[in-house]
Design a protein around this ligand. Structure first.
Ligand code: ZN
Ligand code: ZN
Length: 637
């Protein structure tokens, strides 16, 4: 049986300290070590003792109150209300007896925390409970509410899950790290169903587990977890998700249907957006009578098994693996994944989807790492002609197109993905209206955009410095601007369709279904109207056909008979808003990344783009490059 010496070490180290006698239990919880103590001093500021100990053993240590010191719930609530200033605007206080946590939801979390955490310490001193502060979503979000309720209600089971995970992470009977290799299960030389495994003699970790929504054949739509090296779901140590797009996370719930019981590592916004998109995925599949690989039950398992990490925090995920997530600049919470194997044995950086340029929403992707030998990079825009226009030009073109359309009495449709481009376009439109460059016209949001935006407003700390500053210090949250109006039912949609000139942002982004198609069909015959494509249009989608200039669109009339309508709508494509790096940014990233990797693998791109980019990088940087194929296995060391 595996020994868990680290717990004994922690107990021993603590027993030598003045607070040692107050420690009642030491416990694993996921990657963290939890110390239960009766001492409020130990609880209040984690003390120098704990800080030093955490540093010595290189583990994350959390102090929890022993149940005997917890105040009665009603009394505790009253005391919290006494300590926290009213301006913090608390909206909910809930207790978790399993962890001794009190979760305080407030509109201004900073005021609950107090200067250097003073108010939090006062709360602990008064009631014994350990306060955790979460932001009240400024736009109510049923998804976030649902996730918080599940974590709360299932906290006892979750504690057990995390304890099991912790024991596995900290097992000590491990083999020497002689090798590391990777198997590619999907998303290589293609876009969609991203997934690959990292194997060492001790550990099996899966990075990404996506779906390709554009493909029906399940051998091509899902990662091949039926390959021999992947058929080990019960042995799998970890699943890591870089961001919430379905081509990276859409198949994660399925793993829980087939025996996976381990953790899912990601950032908090990724967890919330991932749940939103997975729910929508099964919803859409059901409505279209397509194969639905899992249900709500499995999505709930994902929530229960999620371990959320902040950018830059080093976390043990296996006896020989440490994980750190960094900003990828692609969508909210998107991460570049850094995996450190063994004690300096090998380091892998996986970019996921990334933007190596600052956008309105995010800082440019992170590019400095302590060490990196193998870089796995996306190649979506890897061809020489994949150069996007500069952002400022893209913004100007967008504003000009909208102004011209409105002037001639037309309406503007912008088909968008719910997460990412929609919020970027919202910020741009809001800003130009604020500066009086664009006249104030109604901007309608239809589809899942509103829910996704609500999740953005909950995590301002993941946004660009300027945006964060604007929200926190200038009290101006651009997402809450009155120019945005939600369309939430068919009646409202009909009145927008028949109404005055306006801008509509609607899903889906490629006119493959959803409200954007409805607006398009109603507006496409009138040449006064405009459609603006700001995102990728896949081959085979209606969006791609319209973009290419097809004039005849077949649709069904009220009697479900095929009728052909003429697309006279003014068609524009503006490519500068992409959340991906264009060819130049991909190359600039390879130039900038520090330290220099020994080898580069290109994935997440069409076949020829991956191959061409890999060979160009080899010729110009003299770094070993690969464009692996799906189902291939490659040894890194
Ligand atoms: Zn993505
Ligand atoms: Zn992707």
């Amino acid at each position: 049986m595996a020994k868990n010496d680290v717990l004994a070490d922690v107990k021993l180290a603590l027993s030598d300290t003045p607070e040692g006698s107050t420690v009642t239990e030491v416990y694993f919880e996921g990657p963290e070590i939890v110390v239960y103590s009766k001492s409020p001093i130990l609880l209040m500021d984690n003390g120098e003792i704990i800080r030093q100990l955490a540093k010595d053993i290189r583990k994350r240590i959390v102090i929890r109150p022993d149940p005997s010191v917890l105040a009665d719930l009603e009394e505790a609530k009253l005391k919290i209300k006494g300590v926290v200033p009213e301006e913090a605007e608390m909206t909910n206080i809930t207790f978790d007896p399993n962890t001794g946590d009190v979760i305080i939801e407030a509109k201004k979390p900073g005021l609950v925390i107090g200067k250097h955490g003073k108010t939090l310490r006062n709360i602990t001193r008064e009631i014994g409970w350990r306060p955790r502060v979460v932001r009240t979503p400024p736009i109510p979000s049923t998804i976030i509410q649902g996730i918080r309720t599940i974590l709360q209600n299932e906290s006892e089971e979750r504690k057990e899950i995390l304890h099991k995970v912790g024991k596995k992470i900290h097992r000590t009977d491990i083999a020497e790290n002689e090798w590391i290799r990777s198997s590619f299960l999907g998303g290589f030389r293609e876009v969609g169903r991203s997934s690959f495994m990292l194997h060492t003699p001790n550990t099996k970790a899966m990075i990404e587990c996506g779906v390709n929504v554009a493909v029906e054949n399940s051998n091509l739509a899902f990662p091949r977890i039926d390959l021999p090296e992947a058929r080990i779901l019960d042995e799998l140590d970890a699943v890591i998700v870089s961001h919430a797009h379905l081509d990276h996370c859409g198949f994660v719930p399925y793993l829980f249907k087939f025996g996976y019981e381990g953790p899912v590592y990601c950032t908090s916004p990724t967890r919330d957006l991932m749940v939103l998109l997975q729910m929508d995925y099964i919803d859409v599949a059901q409505k279209e009578n397509k194969h639905v690989p899992y249900g709500k039950k499995e999505i709930k398992e994902v929530i229960k098994h999620s371990v959320t990490l902040d950018y830059g925090v080093v976390t043990d995920i296996a006896p020989d693996m440490r994980l750190t997530l960094h900003n990828a600049g692609h969508i909210l919470g998107s991460s570049i994944v850094h995996v450190h194997v063994g004690d300096g044995f090998h380091n892998v950086v996986f970019t996921g989807d990334f933007k190596f340029e600052k956008s309105r929403l995010f800082q440019a992707a992170h590019y400095r790492f302590p060490r990196v030998e193998t870089l796995v990079m996306e190649g979506t825009y890897g061809n020489p002609e994949d150069i996007m226009s500069p952002r400022q030009e893209a913004e100007k073109e967008l504003i000009r197109t909208i102004s011209d359309t409105v002037k001639r009495g037309g309406k503007v449709l912008i088909p968008v993905f719910a997460v990412g481009r929609s919020q970027e376009i919202m910020i741009v439109l809001g800003e130009y209206i604020r500066l009086d460059i664009l006249e104030e016209i109604p901007i309608f949001l239809d589809g899942m955009i509103w829910d996704a935006t609500a999740i953005h407003t909950t995590y301002p700390e993941f946004l660009s410095n300027e945006l964060r500053d604007q929200i926190f210090h200038q009290g101006n949250n651009p997402f809450l601007s009155e120019v945005f109006e939600r369309v939430s039912n068919q009646n409202e949609r009909n009145s927008v369709i028949d109404g005055d000139p306006c801008v509509v942002l609607a899903t889906s982004g490629m006119l493959t279904g959803g409200p954007s198609v409805e607006y398009f069909l109603k507006w496409c015959e009138d040449p006064k109207n405009s459609i603006i494509f700001v995102g990728y249009q896949a081959e085979g989608s209606l969006g791609r056909r319209v973009q290419k200039g097809w004039k005849e669109i077949s649709t069904l009339d009220e009697d479900h008979k095929i009728k052909v309508i003429e697309a006279n709508i003014d068609v524009h494509t503006i490519d500068g808003f992409s959340g991906h790096s264009d060819r130049n940014q991909l190359i600039n990233f390879v130039k900038a990344i520090s330290p220099k990797p020994e080898r580069i693998l290109i994935g997440h791109g069409e076949n020829n783009k991956c191959v061409k980019l890999a060979s160009w990088l080899y010729k110009h940087f003299r770094i070993e490059t690969f464009a692996p194929q799906n189902y291939e296995t490659l040894r890194f060391k």
